[in-house]
Design a protein around this ligand. Sequence first.
Ligand code: G3P
Length: 223
Amino acid sequence: MKIFLDTANVDEIKKVRDWGLLDGVTTNPSLAAKELAKGISFKELVAQILKETPGPVSVEVVATDYDGMLKQALRIGALADNAVVKIPMTLPGLKTIKTLTEKRIPVNCTLIFNPLQALFAAKAGAEYVSPFVGRLDDIGEDGMSIIDEIKTIFINYNIKTKILVASIRNPVHVLRSAIIGADVVTMPFEVVSKLTSHPKTDEGLKRFLDDWKKDFGDGDFPL
Ligand code: G3P
């Protein structure tokens, strides 16, 4: 399972990359707006993210009609080899995905909230589908159950589109994604940090070091 960071913050990207965990990045207009408020231009921000990420970076269009989305998508696609165009799951979106796929520009179809939307995005040619599990949980639905259903549908029809689980809010979303066999999880920096720590790890490490210090104190490592 690939691990993507759901962020437009370059410092977070560098940290997770340097921990050896980063397979890619997903951004969206809300995440970008948070960074733009700090004074950087959108062009510069996207260029930095593409450069620092050792894998695919999803950049979302903000037009909603076919011509507008296609125009923006072609600009995104031309930026770098690792640029992936994020297109919303709408009818003009499907048409845009089809055109981009014919041009061999990879698409991540976003804002997916039921399994049939994922099937249709896949049929249009999307390389990734992004179901939003946290936002379904927010309205009292079980977000992860649609990941299960999408996985079954994709297996049934031998669909190669990758399931990219988005709107992840906690480590259990990540665990369930791995058990189902999702291709990618994209998560905020805070969830990555939570996943790497456990109180028993901290307790165990402290005990090892306390025992060691009884014999060797703080002296040089004796090897
Ligand atoms: O990038 C799309 C998705 O991951 C957004 O997550 O937490 O805003 O629902 P969230």
